[in-house]
Design a protein around this ligand. Sequence first.
Ligand code: NDP
Length: 314
Amino acid sequence: MGQHRPLCILGSGAAGYTAAIYAARANLPPLLFSGSLPGGQLTITTDVENYPGFADVIQGPWLMEQMKQQAQHVGTTIIPETIVQVDLRASPKILVGDSGETYTADAVIIATGAQAKWLGIPGEEAFMGQGVSACATCDGSFFKDVPVAVIGGGNTAVEEALYLTNHASHITLIHRRDQLRAEKILQDRLLAHPKISVLWNHGTEEILGSQVGVTGLKLRDLNTGKEKILEVEGVFVAIGHKPATDMFQEQLPKDDYGYLLHHPNSSKTDVTGVFVAGDVCDPVYRQAITAAGMGCMAALDAVHYCQSLPQKKP
Ligand code: NDP
């Protein structure tokens, strides 16, 4: 069996790095596996102006590099591997990396995050960060007094549209059906808002733009087949998120959307010694700062757990 550490952390987003900083400073220096997107979702964003502590706008990749270095300075060992197989019920817990290396741990913090789902249409990738976003709370303020669109019909889409009323001049919610999936109370607020209109039964075929960024959307009426061009400067894709939890099938309880479940007011899961933090267990808030907070909670819970284990004789 390979390397053993009291604590291993899966994931290198805000949750994983914060958990590592707190654990290392509590004399539990962890192994942190950075996974397939080292630094997590913030490394694919640009301007960040809502992470407290920075008066000026900072860059997402820079923030994550700072977190990484802070975690290393206090004693975290970062392994550039993706864990591909786990046995969380074994004692100690077993983790297998994509190099084939096996690691064991008394406690594991899972902070593997989630990824926004994308439409996969022309223009989406090209204008990412230049008008295309999957987070209104993060990017909404860059669209002051200009028209924007939100795509989707669930709670996220409706909440994004409502949030954007604080900034944009007008919001068009584009939905592929004639019925929203969002909760009734959110629907009522959406439909009553003077700055929001809904385009029902429309598919989005292309995001149009120029050197200055997004300029519009090419839409298709799914009933009549008619094409429509909608002029907008921002597009918020809100068609759901996918938490990175496939590997925990049959090992940890999940909700209907695949998010890992944890005990109330705690990062503990149903499996002793396994803790969760960040977007992998949070379908609601999904912010860097909430993920960091949950990483701190998971580290405190893991440290407490490790201290409660019988001490091994040297
Ligand atoms: P949902 O899966 O609920 O909704 C996704 C929406 O996107 C659906 O309306 C779906 O359309 C649409 N969609 C999916 N794929 C495409 C596509 N390729 N093209 C166009 N439209 C598409 O995801 P949410 O992120 O909204 O919510 C996920 C979970 O998080 C839910 O449980 C939700 O309740 C929860 N949540 C709770 C919040 C809260 O409590 N405040 C806030 C946000 C989320 P269709 O309806 O046709 O399938």
